[in-house]
Structures are given as structure tokens and as C-alpha cells.
Design a binder for this molecule. Structure first.
Ligand code: GUN
Length: 300
């Protein structure tokens, strides 16, 4: 059965639309997301454009800051500082990857944790590891939402995550091993140095693949009845297509779908959920800024 990211993301987005309308009815301005895009990498352009479009669709404000590929690090830091101080902006993302001459870690750490709707700041990553409320990186958050809304049993299951990136694999492994629902999995985190990889993947009840290698996971690597989550989205050259490429996941979808009980398609799977989760985080950022601080005293 297909795990329909398009359908579930639309559900999430329509719930958010209601929430945003209520916020506006109470006299608040709509939540506002700012995105910084450096250079003109085709995939990054597409991702940022989808994020901005999604904001517009549900009535969120958005600002896109475009900077050239040869921009200095200090110029990016200035932009971030201005957005950090701007009370009209609730969330800020810097699209990754950044050009090689920019220190990505330094950039990530300069975003105010309260506005870090990507959940990349060390403070937010630390909170995630401790199980404290925080902004959870959009792709793992979206995958958790998908598992939850399809009522996929995770407790006691063996979940194998392929890929240990800070953005997807590592937080995914953490979230699925938590004492929560979805969660309570026994998690194995596999990576480029893992030996006998197929022995692990074949024992997975839930297989999350975030490697960025087109059609890497084949049917012989998957257990009958497994749930397969495909995070990959690679452009593979195809001169018969108008764009000159096709999008491929990390899973050989056609053969694996015959074996899996649940599987996400590419496109229309995890990517859609990522956008929905980013919107959820942006609405949360705004809500957090509205809530009176617990240190404030209200006398009526
Ligand atoms: N690059 C790949 N995924 C992401 C993401 O979720 N956020 C940002 N900012 N950059 C990315």
C-alpha cells in the first residue's frame, strides 16, 4: 500500500490553514518564514520555491533572500542577524548545502534557536536528543507524521535507518527509538562503513532510506511485509524527458512495492511531508512568540 505523502500533507496543511485563520481572527499577523538561498543549484532552487509557494498557499508570509554563489560569509551572517532581530519574521531557514567557502556550522549556529524552524541549531538538536519540545528537522518530523496518520505499528519493531546525516538519518534514529508513538523501535543506524548491509535491511520491519543513491535498495534487500520510507530524490539524466532528467528515490520502487506492505513513492512521498512539517514548525514559531512568557505577570 502506498503511503501517500501528497494526501497526508494536504490534510496537515488544511489543519494548519484553520489554525492560521484562527490566529488572524484573534488579531495576530500571519506567521512569516524567511529563506536564504545562496547560489543557483537547481535542486535547491526547486526546494526553496516549493517552500515559499506552500507558505503562500496557506496564507503565511514569506521572504526569499537570494545571494550569489560567491557571497562572503560575513554578508550571510549580516542577513541572518537582521532576520533574527526582525519581529515580523518567525522562522528562518538557510537552504543547504552552502558553497564550499562558507562554514555551514557557523551559519547554522548564527540562526536564533527560537527561529530555527529547520531544527539544525545545536540547542535544538540537543533538545531533540533529550526529548524536550523543540523544532524537529522537517524531514524526520514529516516521516513521523506519516507513520502516525497511517497507524503503522512501530512499538517493538526493528527499524533500520540507512544514512547518518544530521538532517535526516541521525534525528530519525533518535525519534524512532524514543518512548513514544510512533517510536519504541529497536533502531539500527547503518552507513557507508556498515558491513553486510543487506543482513540488516532484510531484518527491518521499518526501513528508512536516506542515502541519496538512486534505486540503491532492491527487492532482495527487503523483508516481505516491511514498511519502506524513501527519503532519496536524485536527478537522473534522461534525454527523453523535457527537463532532461527524472527524479529517482533511493529505493527501486517498482520491484520493492511488490514486497513491502507500505511504501512511499518519489515524488509524492516524503518530500511533501517535509514541506508540511516546515509549515507546522513555522506556525509553532509564531505561536511561541504570542504566548505570554511564564515570567510575565498579567494583572487584569
Ligand atoms: N537541504 C536538504 N534538506 C534541507 C532542509 O530540510 N532544510 C534546509 N535548509 N536545507 C536542506
Amino acid at each position: 500500500m502506498l503511503l501517500d505523502g501528497k494526501k497526508i500533507s494536504e490534510e496537515v496543511i488544511s489543519e494548519l490553514t484553520v489554525e492560521v485563520s484562527a490566529m488572524i481572527a484573534e488579531g495576530n499577523r500571519p506567521p512569516h518564514l524567511a529563506a536564504i538561498l545562496v547560489g543557483n543549484d537547481g535542486a535547491s532552487e526547486t526546494y526553496v520555491a516549493s517552500k515559499v509557494k506552500a507558505c503562500e498557499k496557506i496564507g503565511l508570509g514569506s521572504t526569499l533572500v537570494r545571494l550569489p554563489a560567491d557571497v562572503s560569509e560575513s554578508r550571510i551572517l549580516e542577513e541572518i542577524d537582521a532576520i533574527n532581530k526582525n519581529d515580523e519574521i518567525d522562522g528562518l531557514i538557510v537552504q543547504l548545502p552552502l558553497p564550499k567557502h562558507i562554514d555551514e556550522q557557523k551559519i547554522t549556529e548564527s540562526v536564533l534557536p527560537e527561529k530555527d524552524v529547520d531544527g539544525f541549531h545545536p540547542v535544538n538538536v540537543g533538545k531533540l536528543v533529550l526529548g524536550l519540545p523543540t523544532f524537529i528537522s522537517a524531514t524526520p518530523k514529516g516521516i513521523m507524521e506519516l507513520l502516525k496518520r497511517y497507524n503503522i505499528e512501530t512499538s517493538g519493531k526493528h527499524c533500520v535507518v540507512l544514512g547518518r546525516s544530521n538532517i535526516v538519518g541521525t534525528p530519525m534514529a533518535n525519534l524512532l527509538s524514543r518512548n513514544s508513538n510512533p517510536g519504541n523501535c529497536t533502531v539500527t543506524l547503518c552507513h557507508s562503513r556498515t558491513k553486510n548491509l543487506a543482513d540488516f535491511t532484510k531484518s527491518a520491519d521499518i526501513l528508512v532510506v536516506a542515502l541519496g543513491k538512486a534505486e540503491f535498495v532492491t527487492a532482495d534487500m527487503v523483508k516481505e511485509g516491511a514498511t519502506v520510507i524513501d527519503v532519496g530524490i536524485t536527478r537522473v539524466e534522461d534525454s527523453t524527458k523535457p527537463r532532461g532528467y527524472v527524479l529517482k528515490g533511493d529505493v527501486a520502487f517498482e520491484e520493492v512495492k511488490e514486497k513491502a506492505s507500505y511504501i512511499t513513492p518519489v515524488p509524492g512521498g516524503v518530500g511533501r511531508m517535509t514541506i508540511a512539517a516546515l509549515l507546522q514548525n513555522t506556525v509553532t514559531a509564531k505561536k511561541n512568540s504570542i504566548k505570554p512568557s511564564k515570567f510575565q505577570h498579567h494583572v487584569s
